[in-house]
Design a binder for this molecule. Sequence first.
Ligand SMILES: CC(C)(COP(=O)(O)OP(=O)(O)OC[C@H]1O[C@@H](n2cnc3c(N)ncnc32)[C@H](O)[C@@H]1OP(=O)(O)O)[C@@H](O)C(=O)NCCC(=O)NCCS
Length: 333
Amino acid sequence: MFHSKITGVGHYVPEKIVTNKDLEKIMDTTDEWIQERTGIKERRFHPVEEGSTAKMAVKAANIAMERAGVKPEEIDAIVFATLSSDYYFPGSGVLAQAMLNMGTIPAIDIRAQCSGFIYALSVADQFIKSGMYKKILLMASETQSIALDLTTRGRGMGVLFGDGAGAVVLEAHNEEGKGILSTHLHSDGNFAEVLRIKSPGSGRATTFYPGIEENYEEIHPQMDGQLVFKNAVTRMPEVVIEALNHNNLTVADIDMLLPHQANYRISQMVQRLLKLPDEKIYNNIERFGNTTAATIPILMSELWEQGRIKEGQLFALTAFGSGFTWASALIRW
Ligand SMILES: CC(C)(COP(=O)(O)OP(=O)(O)OC[C@H]1O[C@@H](n2cnc3c(N)ncnc32)[C@H](O)[C@@H]1OP(=O)(O)O)[C@@H](O)C(=O)NCCC(=O)NCCS
């Protein structure tokens, strides 16, 4: 049986930095409130006129392929994770495929919100393990800024999110105990209403008439922040322990934890519950906010650039988000 391993990682974030002070000018909020509750200092917003979720993903993908030493024509399939696709349909995967001139290879879109990257990694890993594909390009990209209400009414959500993209190349290999050791996916749709955007959605009269006042709650993200917080701090460590147990490993074996970046306080609690020292967790929420599916590959790409990913190290990834969905993966580099 084949195994899969990550051979290249890349990321792209828009140049436009939006600080908490910038948000103070357009809504009733303060830098102090945002930093204290979330750890966020600034985020990046992608100017609408400069493109799209797929365009950002392609920039990250080109870096990942270059670092992997893989040419676009060698890729067998695309897996694309996003909750902010360019169109209602088709998904951003095919748009990126066309931009990358990747012929007629399949492009699979994954909709698992903040858990999207780990879900995508799991899907790609299964294709490689089964022998169906040898080289897969995974992209995770989000343009959150266009859906946020950046007025006082939307401040509960508006200050949390940012735009960006990450990508990895996953390749088949046959070395035991290396690469993606396992992935663990969960969801509980009973919590679907707790964090969601309703429109555009099928069977809704409002689907094609966004923007009018009475549809406010339909077209803007809605969240019960405290319920999300409580579930995230339980599920994220729990699913890491599940992955460790599955591989007969312990927390002490982890060299680096990459938690989804929704809130610095969530990351701190996950770290505390797992009893991990500071040097074994990497956070970047202060610079990018929550970039949903793109978060984990951005974290990974930054560590790659800093030369902090060493052969033999064990990385644990964990995410929690809308759905609810949550997931983990263990990677031996
Ligand atoms: C969103 C979150 C930071 C809010 O923090 P909180 O401590 O729960 O704050 P609350 O929502 O209870 O709001 C407290 C007060 O701050 C106010 N407030 C909300 N957003 C604000 C903002 N941006 N600036 C200033 N005040 C704000 C609220 O209106 C409320 O005021 P009130 O007490 O007068 O009603 C927190 O719940 C959280 O991070 N949850 C998880 C979010 C998450 O992970 N989402 C993505 C999942 S992937």
